[in-house]
Ligand binder design. Structure first.
Ligand code: ATP
Length: 143
């Protein structure tokens, strides 16, 4: 049987549909590492962690931040239901930088009530947002 040429990608959060359309390749941050998906991939259901979703259309690659959720992979379709999914252009860099600094000061705090896991997750969200936003900024620079 011939492999499909494209993947129909859907990315949604509880608030909105973030993306819907044909793509050539998708990469998602599963809880056990990054998963690269090409057309014709075997069916699977995975859990998403905190990180970067990217998809490729021709030579063009788009990046999104995501945090928690599920991905369903079928040979011709990938459905991502994420708790948070933000296009690189939507990320507020100043806010993410402030969140990173807040998390960092919590992680270095001597307060015995500090919840370190919560601090680590907040730091990871902020750092991932900054990584995704910088990829976008980098692309906007004049060549
Ligand atoms: P913060 O401490 O700045 O709220 P957070 O990681 O705790 O960051 P979340 O709980 O993941 O934030 O998200 C709360 C809401 O704010 C979501 O709707 C999310 O998309 C949005 N949001 C959080 N940080 C940013 C950002 N840097 N740029 C754009 N939207 C953001």
């Amino acid at each position: 049987m011939a492999l499909p040429e494209h993947i129909h990608l859907e990315i949604a959060t509880p608030e909105k549909q973030v993306f819907s359309g044909p793509v050539d390749e998708v990469t998602v941050p599963s809880t056990v590492g990054y998963l690269g998906i090409l057309p014709g991939h075997a069916p699977l259901l995975g859990e998403l962690g905190i990180g970067e979703i990217s998809y490729k259309i021709g030579d063009h690659r788009e990046y999104l931040f995501c945090s928690w959720g599920f991905v369903e992979v079928l040979p011709e379709r990938v459905i991502i239901l994420a708790q948070r999914a933000e296009n690189a252009s939507e990320i507020d860099i100043k806010r993410a930088e402030q969140a990173r600094q807040r998390a960092q000061s919590r992680l270095t705090s001597k307060d015995p009530n500090t919840d370190f896991v919560r601090g680590q997750l907040a730091a990871l969200r902020a750092i991932s947002r900054l990584d995704v936003a910088r990829r976008y900024q980098h692309r906007q620079l004049p060549r």
